[in-house]
Design a protein around this ligand. Sequence first.
Ligand code: GDP
Length: 595
Amino acid sequence: MAETKTLIEIPAFVTVRELATMMGVSPINVIKELMANGIMANINQQIDFETAAIVAGEMGYDVVAHEEVVVEAPVDETEKTGWRKVLAGERAGDLQPRPPVVTMLGHVDHGKTSLLDIIRKANVTAGEAGGITQHIGAYQTLKDGRLVTFLDTPGHEAFTAMRARGAQATDIAILVVAADDGVMPQTREAVDHARAAHVPIVVALNKIDLPGARPDRVKQQLSEMGLVPDDWDGDTMVIPVSAREKLGIDDLLEAVLLVAEEADPKANPGAPASGTVLEAKIERGKGIMTTALIQNGTLRLGDTMLVGEHYGRIKAMYDYTGKRIQTAAPSTPVSVSGLDGMPQAGEQFRVVDSEKTARRIIDEAREAARETPTSRGRGPTLDEFFARLLEGEAKTLNLIVKADVQGSLEPIVTSLERLNGGEVELDILRSATGPITESDVMLASASGAIILGFNVDADPIARNAAAVEEVQIRTYSIIYKLIEDVEKAMKGMLAPTFEDVVIGRAEVRQVFKIRGVGNIAGSYMRTGEGRRNAKARIVRNSRLLHSGTISSLKHLQENVREVKAGFEFGVSLDGFEDYQPGDIIEFYVTQRVEA
Ligand code: GDP
């Protein structure tokens, strides 16, 4: 039986709450659906059209974009690829196979750069030899008639920084392990990062030319990490290679193609292009050059590209060899000029129908950002966790555990794992000894995890990153206290604390009686600012008379969202009428403070 679906029109950006209202459902259901798609969002958070379309589609709505692009229900094939968000709204029939995108991960000096170089050069035709000096953040190579895209910035730092910006560009990770050195701390980190991103791993067992190479010992170490080699009856492909002697490179590429076959990456070449910015720089004579990976659609010269607050028509486009091109298909890295500013690596771009549309989308996003200025970022905190759980926002508590010594790490992990089994799932993304590092913070940020430290602290860089990325770090010196806190968070017993923060002070100068409305306090903003969505309290002679929500905020008869210092305005509060000249109005917001 044909089912009639309700059609809703979604702008470029909506908050979770707005989307729920459009569909007439509870925001909790929307949040749950987002979670199911791997996106942690709170009720006031903005989501872009693509994400909103997936959610709406899955909740049984037909969706129309503002630009009048008809978007259909999402397709399941995209789930495996990790590009699901990018492919929102594509019809299964429109999807075509695309080259896999590969990232090299591994410990420093194990040979990532050398392998990337060898693979890059392996495919250079005589005419191009020596010509490829371009580094645009990615390149492509041909193996058995099939293209493979390599991201050129090796290491999990770049990989995870991108994920933290919301971009998942990688389909397959090559874990490079030097056969003489074996599994090292960053090897473990790389595995954690790839796993947290649900990216399959192929191991390149490098430097087998060295006399000190001990492949079997490395395979043993890999097995201990759960990467059991396929020749040991496991399902991880471990390929012996030597970047120095150019050995095994073909086997490695073959292994990548095999894994790619399983992942079956797809995209719709017929769509307007979208993807991820890899880097941006100013080049002499060319202006701002943006290099980007196309994840869906086809990018054409003259297209209008929109990235965050920047946009522009593409004036020139180059491939990774520096050759001018007119069009570029999915998984192609390109370098383009035409943007009016420098985007950041990891930002998502898309093509819109005109510069006017781009400006409108940017304006709308700015407006919306103003409306929810205090909404928290991505990172959950332990005391928020249960609240999120109740709202359906969270099902899994992601943790990173760092301890001073193995002897304390083990009992902590065992005790934490014992807490599993109930409604809430605990997922320990990483457990390791040593101080809390920036890498831990980035992994936490990209995966929405909380970091627990036992007898260890965060280094200053990590602290800084945690502040920027809004990642919670909690440190303990008593094991049971750590376990207890996690347990309490899972049960919602960790009481959150709130604090009122004054954002502005104003003085009442005149009271206006308005028929049908009530009294309005004609006031002057002395310091800070007043916001329509803040709360306010009335203070008279140092006594608090009233506090509550604001019913109206006006400047020159116009309703406004905020009033800055030095301006006159009219304000009224819900449930209060008795304003007097000389009263102080304090605008404040309630913020959660960390325990
Ligand atoms: P990265 O830090 O992982 O990018 O490692 P590099 O590619 O910079 O390599 C580190 C060092 O190992 C360099 O001195 C390379 O020349 C050397 N190296 C890389 N691959 C091999 C290899 O297969 N065999 C030997 N013997 N040395 C290698």
